[in-house]
Design a protein around this ligand. Structure first.
Ligand code: SF4
Length: 495
């Protein structure tokens, strides 16, 4: 018999077939499962950190490790001797629950369940509802013979501003959800049972799955297991594809980008994508790119920030999930082709005042400031304007001079290459334009790892920081240098 826990149930909600595969063919599922997304991994770590912090609100609590092979018996044994429990485990009739925090009311022999969430609010959407999470746990507890009197959710209060030691009572908010959770059980319980029955099935149809008609952002890792004929050249990868158009193609038997007829139902970028796939080369609008490049003012400042954002604020004066830049890399390209490089990385947990001061040293009054994905750097600049009124003029001026290099590939679609698989992330565009340069050789290869590495780095004594610091500098340097190289390639193409 396959056991069903809360995570399984959430998985079932997202996709019954995928859960079935995980339970019934774990070796196949593992083969298709991509390495954990660093962003999701970080989210899980933040969740764990918040749960650990929430426990400090209950000093009498005892920790019952759910990974202990005897966790269930241990919980049973301890329930009558204590009042507050962290991670107690329960199971009944094939269902399993693990409460984040459980309080026992000795007088009535009833229990209060608390779910701890690192989110800024209680999620109630159909795909993942926090109310249903706690209802799931309560239902299993009741199946195991315990009486649940109340349920609540602890989550982050985003209005909290850290000053000194984190004030846990102000950072975390507890909301009673007993009524809503009870109400949700009416529809939830039949669905939980349905999920349980589904994973016990000996077989399910494996020849295709229901995401065939949805765009690739909806596909899970096992899409290619259920749809063996689909590759990175399938119509799902067409730039800007929406599900209505996808359906038209699939129903007409068009499965690959190269087979899409070029008609006026395609936008310009899509038409270029199809042409690129057919001719196996990029489709470049040279005149338009030249016009943009010629409009830029030298010197060109190619800049990239790395920023940290955590559920539990780590820097005084900041709130949960605030993005705080801690590093920049700046390449300056002069009209004569000369390149200089400057960089900065914070060595302690401080607001980015010195970071801006350092930028001021190198960024002059004239010249375009080139970034990749303007929303990120532009937003950080706006936030820093609020933090530091004394840097307002400088940062506002930088923002008025921003040029988003990605726009050539994204907004304008003047350079489209099918090999980027419809993505305009610099990590996809760089190897296509500059195959000799990539991120693969770097120890840090994405922003989330940079954020985590920096948090680790600043906890080390100064003498032990060198390796991490070097890796962080190398990663950020690659981002701004990648922009310069892409820019130079575009310039070559248009001269
Ligand atoms: S891609 Fe297929 S297996 Fe994955 S979630 Fe969608 S329907 Fe399920």
């Amino acid at each position: 018999m396959h056991i069903l826990n809360k995570s399984d149930f959430i998985h079932f909600r997202q996709c019954p077939s995928s859960l079935w595969l995980k339970k019934n063919k774990p070796e196949v599922y593992a083969k298709y499962k991509k390495a954990d997304d660093p962003f999701l991994e970080n989210l899980a770590k933040q969740g764990y950190a918040v749960e650990t912090l929430a426990r400090t609100l209950f000093p009498d609590g005892i920790f019952l490790d759910e990974h202990d092979p005897h966790a269930l018996e241990l919980t049973k044994k301890t329930l009558s001797t204590h009042h507050t429990f962290f991670q107690p485990s329960f199971s009944a009739n094939g269902f399993y629950a693990r409460a984040d925090i459980l309080l026992r009311d000795e007088k009535n022999e009833t229990y209060h369940i608390i779910e701890v969430k690192s989110s800024s609010k209680i999620k109630k959407d159909k795909n993942h509802s926090h109310i249903e999470d706690v209802a799931f746990q309560a239902w299993v507890l009741e199946q195991a013979g315990y009486t649940v009197s109340s349920m609540s959710i602890i989550h982050i209060n985003t209005a909290y501003i850290k000053q000194g030691e984190v004030d846990v009572k102000k950072l975390l908010t507890q909301t009673d959800v007993t009524e809503e959770a009870r109400e949700s059980m009416k529809t939830l319980v039949p669905e939980i049972k349905q999920a349980f029955d589904y994973i016990q099935l000996k077989d399910i149809p494996l020849d295709s799955c229901q995401c065939l008609y949805t765009t690739k952002s909806n596909h899970c890792d096992t899409f290619s297991y259920f749809n063996t004929t689909y590759t990175k050249q399938s119509v799902h990868y067409l730039i800007d594809i929406r599900k209505e158009k996808l359906k038209i193609f699939l129903d007409a038997g068009i499965h690959n980008v190269v087979d899409i007829p070029i008609t006026d139902t395609l936008n310009n970028r899509q038409a270029s994508h199809v042409l690129s796939a057919i001719h196996n080369r990029p489709i470049i609008q040279r005149e338009d790119i030249k016009e943009i490049i010629d409009s830029l003012v030298y010197p060109l400042y190619f800049i990239d920030y790395e920023a940290v954002s955590t559920a539990i604020p780590i820097i005084d004066g900041t709130h949960p999930y605030q993005q705080i830049p801690f590093q920049f890399s700046l390449h300056i390209l002069n009209k004569n082709g000369e390149i200089t490089h400057h960089e900065y990385i914070a060595e302690e947990l401080v607001l980015p005042d010195v970071l801006v001061q350092t930028m001021k040293k190198y960024i002059g009054d004239t010249g375009s400031v080139v970034v990749w994905y303007e929303t990120f750097e532009g937003s950080r600049n706006r936030e820093m304007m609020e933090m530091f009124p004394h840097h307002l003029d400088f940062l506002a001026d930088i923002n008025s001079r921003l040029f988003d290099l990605r726009d050539i590939f994204y907004k304008y679609g003047y350079y489209i290459d099918y090999r980027t698989c419809g993505s305009t992330s610099i990590k996809y565009v760089l190897p296509v334009l500059c195959p000799d340069l990539s991120y693969d050789t770097l120890a840090i290869q994405n922003g989330t790892s940079a954020m985590e590495s920096w948090q680790r780095m600043i906890t080390l004594p100064h003498l032990e920081r060198n390796i991490l610091k070097k890796d962080l500098l190398a990663y950020c340097e690659r981002d701004s240098f990648a922009m310069i190289r892409i820019f130079q390639e575009l310039k070559k193409l248009t001269s």
